[in-house]
Design a protein around this ligand. Sequence first.
Ligand SMILES: [Zn+2]
Length: 167
Amino acid sequence: MPGGYARKRMHDGHTRLRRRLRLRRKTKDLDQIDHDLKNKSDHLLNQDVDLDQPGFAQNYCLHCAKYFINERALSDHFKTKVHKRRLKALQDEPYTEKEADLAAGKGSYIGTPAKRKMETQPSKEEYSEGKRVKVVNYTPEELENMKKKKRKSMNSSNQLETNKMQE
Ligand SMILES: [Zn+2]
């Protein structure tokens, strides 16, 4: 069980309260977030004031599906590991239900999920300058170049290690 909160007696029997707490903790799944990025980014970056949400729903991270109290907190969040890890996870297109069906033998689905370029959503300023959320796949050439670069940097760090050992 995730979370691992000790059960507190005071909530026993308070089913409605417990249900509300559970719902609040639940975050969106990656495929939902993927859908948001593709289809609902403008709406989600321009939400109506909602007094129930942190920062009145005016500082939302699309990739993590999380509200922040102010612009500063949001931009600090963009620099965190949690956010960067999430961007990385979103590079691989999540399985849709249809694809999962196909993979389960209800059809022939061949191929790997597309690799997408994932950039942090535009800041309010960038947004007002016209920058929008885009979900773009890497071209095969770009993927090939990335692989090459990775290999090169691995080789050069190996070289450094070897040099160090020889010293
Ligand atoms: Zn985030």
